[in-house]
Design a protein around this ligand. Structure first.
Ligand SMILES: NC(=O)c1ccc[n+]([C@@H]2O[C@H](COP(=O)([O-])OP(=O)(O)OC[C@H]3O[C@@H](n4cnc5c(N)ncnc54)[C@H](O)[C@@H]3O)[C@@H](O)[C@H]2O)c1
Length: 319
């Protein structure tokens, strides 16, 4: 198997969405490698506070739904700009679709002009409510084009199509990551996704909100593993035009996640039930064979360990 090589030292890297949850972790890691990083963000869900000032970092307030023009060389572009939590992406669905599709268009044009590699943060949501498990990259998905999640799911699918056309027509160095549920320290308190919801509720003594009967499954990837995967995708040679799942194949039900948190917090937790949202996927489990083969990447952090770090972080921030 090829060794994982990361050559970001002295790279000139643009991270769109770099003030968000995954983006801020990625930016810190790239800066640590010695890269110069330009963050492009409109602070829709991200915050300036997530990035501490340093001289190899510049932060630009910019909406990716409009064209991007920056002077100087660029080696890599990471496109993470898009609200990822259903609560946030459904609050302004038209803007979500524009961010996803127009954002991919403008960043692809920018990466093409600069001769840079472009890593696109796509999502397991392109598989919709899957009829196949685990989900392989070849699976074409079961999505709704018209439901409340479509602004995100279909926006990300359209972005993938457009980027593959840029690759075929212009030779753009596109690499697409289909990211499965990622969690960890630094998630916004109001993020609205299940791990942060459960941890905030448990730490504030509120019952954990379980949608449906809790038998729907998810596979949770710790954020440092995701960052390593995104960097491996950016640095591997001869993989332009590849679409690769990044996620942790350890699948559990949401009810089991609630029970695990109860055990980790030692006090136990109370549960309250709410109806399952429309089009909520019932299964999520990545097949990561392609990531293992092409990137020599697999996740390393167990759910238990990752949750303990996440709990510590929220505990400190919630006081
Ligand atoms: N975290 C996950 O579990 C997960 C799963 C699948 C895919 N992804 C993808 O990874 C990326 C990052 O996810 P995240 O969890 O960090 O989300 P996040 O909401 O924390 O971060 C998104 C960032 O993009 C910025 N942004 C939003 N719209 C923008 C616009 N029009 N112009 C410029 N910046 C804009 C936000 O302000 C924020 O800083 C997203 O593209 C998301 O779709 C994440």
């Amino acid at each position: 198997m090829p060794e994982q090589v990361t050559h970001f030292k002295d790279g000139e890297i643009v991270v769109a969405g770099g003030a968000g949850f995954v983006g801020a972790h990625l930016v810190r890691s790239l800066l640590k490698d010695g890269a110069r990083v330009t963050v492009i963000d409109n602070f829709h869900t991200g915050t300036r506070a997530s990035l501490s000032a340093q001289n190899r970092l510049q932060v630009i307030d910019h909406d990716v739904a409009t064209p991007l023009d920056l002077p100087g060389p660029v080696s890599h572009v990471f496109n993470l700009a898009c609200p990822a939590s259903p609560a946030h992406y459904q609050a302004d669905p038209i803007s979500t679709w524009r961010t996803s599709v127009y954002g991919a268009d403008h960043l692809a044009q920018f990466a093409t002009d600069k001769g840079a590699r472009l890593v696109q943060a796509s999502t397991s949501e392109v598989y919709g409510d899957p009829l196949e498990t685990p989900q392989r990259e070849s699976y074409r998905g079961n999505t709704s084009t018209i439901g409340p999640r479509a602004c995100y799911d279909e926006g990300k699918r359209a972005a993938e199509s457009l980027l593959m056309d840029f690759h075929r027509v212009h030779g753009t160095q596109v690499r697409i990551a289909r990211i499965f549920n990622t969690y960890g320290p630094g998630m916004a308190k109001n993020d609205g996704r299940v791990v942060s919801n459960f941890v905030v509720q448990a730490l504030t003594g509120a019952p954990l909100t379980l949608f449906g009967d809790g038998s729907q499954t998810r596979s949770f990837c710790y954020v440092s593993d995701m960052v390593a995967g995104l960097k491996a995708l950016a640095s591997a040679d001869n993989i332009d035009g590849e679409v690769i799942n990044l996620g942790n194949p350890n699948e559990i039900t949401v009810a089991e996640l609630a029970a695990l948190l109860g055990t980790l917090l030692e006090d136990g937790v109370e549960i309250c039930h709410e109806p399952l949202p429309l089009d909520d996927p019932r299964r999520r489990r990545p097949d990561i064979g392609k990531a293992q083969r092409l990137l020599n990447w697999s996740p390393k952090v167990s759910l238990q360990e990752g949750l303990l770090h996440t709990i510590d972080d929220f505990r400190a921030r919630l006081g």
